[in-house]
Design a protein. Sequence first.
Lengths: 414, 185
Amino acid sequence: MDQKTRDDLLKLFQDKLNEAMKFYLETCTRCGVCTEACHVYASMGQIKYIAAYRHEIVRRIYKKYFKRRGKIWPSVGEARELSEMALEELYEAVYSCTGCRRCMVYCPFGIDTQMIMSIAKLLLIGAHTEPEILTLLTDTSVEKGKSLELFKKGFLTGIKNLEKEVVKKWKIEAGETAIPVDVDGADLLYVALAGAVPAAAIFNAAGENWTLSFFEAVNFGAFVGDPTKTKLILDRIVDEAKRLKVKEVCICECGTAFRVMKQLSGKQPFEVSSITEVHARYLREGRIKVDKSKFREPITYHDPCQIARNGGIIDEPRYILNCLSDDFREMSPEPKYNWCCGGGGGLVALGEDNLDFRMKSAKVKADQAQETGAKILTTACENCHTQLIDLNSHYEMGVEVKFLSSMVADALMQ
Amino acid sequence: MWALHDTFLLPTVRRHNPIFWVFLMLFHISFLLLITGHLELIGDFRIFQIAQHEVFLGKGFVGLILSISLLFFLFRRFVSPNRDLSVPEDYYLLILLFLTVFFGSQMDWARRWYDYGNLPIVEYREYLSSLLYLKPHLSSDLTSSGHSFMLVLHVFFANLFLMFFPFSQVMHSFLSLPMNKLRRG
């Protein structure tokens, strides 16, 4: 690595060093309490997957270039040079971490591993060694936002086709728009992933004055860890919400999108909620009713890390499930200690490339789900959903993986 | 409030590693008691005498507990996976602290348990407060006494430790509270 590249990378590192980050980097005493926290370590047992070890890889570079002690006496803190090899280590550490923050619950100081990993992600982007596919997806997503007029037409045609499906399945009154788009002054802006059929059915059943966003919820910028692009993708939804003067932005089953929208959008004139919260609210207020006899088999729920542990949505899905079934089984005695599915942090988006790793690293999750004896495994995050389907076939768990919102839609009483 | 609870009672450690937690609590409480003891070597603080005691609380056992827990911390770093997480700094700090505590406690133990009577508090007070006023005065009674080499070693290692302190992970003593505040939000 030449001096110029290194300097550029260190500049990126410097940008990340705010007060909180410095505290995270300084405080770790390597006490090892986080050892059991990581699902990858619990499943695979390799030292490099312990949270503290992951930080240490970043911390060594921090000591070397930003701390005098790393210059005077590098060996005492094992300060290390930023080299090609260090980048490889960083890659290994960061793309085996799903950012679930289970370790943060274990740490006596509350060190946020994901924050530290974000430095590593940024360095990898700077060195152009990040997974290409993620950058590609991010750029496609950003491009789509730029030429909105061009893709608007195709989008609207797509929506018309989806509407037919909604009407067919949930018998909407004639003359009513099944999927409203671009409604000025709507109460709720729904940000979906591809397809919004079950969600539309529920919104209509609840009589919500809603509108569908032009943009997809998923924030690939956050997966690859590029703050500028994350903001670009986030801001266009914020702008749309402001333009339509909505009161609430509801994010579909996407953990990352929800966390980014809720915690990184700053103070806005609208509320941010997840679809799970909205459904629980409809049920509580009696705006929709569900048929309890629809699902007779035992159900268990996987708490998506970004929505439960990192987003605080813990009671709502349980309320919904108790409306849907008499046999709801908890996976973990305390939701905040729930294992990650192993698909977060962009790992699922990497697709087949890391399928083997994803399956091996999530053994604990598969075991945990199987122990409940449930036949339906439900969740509220697209990433978790994909990963759980893969786990289901890999470990032959014999469960049915479903979205919580689809279950609500299926059990909806007309 | 919860941040204080998290900082001083270490609930996460208690839950996930109870044995480690016992030693951590013993260590940190004893450490506070020792700081109190040293303050009393500088001057007479009425507030510390709420519970009547000779200077240095705990009849010598505080030092013993500290030494044992430091050895525990050190040895647990010899075992994988903690060994792989540790960097030299962690070992140096523990060894330094152990040496400091051990030689310091020797003086206390000598006085308490082996009837060594030649440890006058008055002279320590004189010496330490003279340091505080930047007019160092070391009484020859201290330097020529039988335990002076213990004293010299104790002060030497303590100084090394204090020099290392701000540049090391021991800063967690100050950063722990703001960090836990950050997590609790």
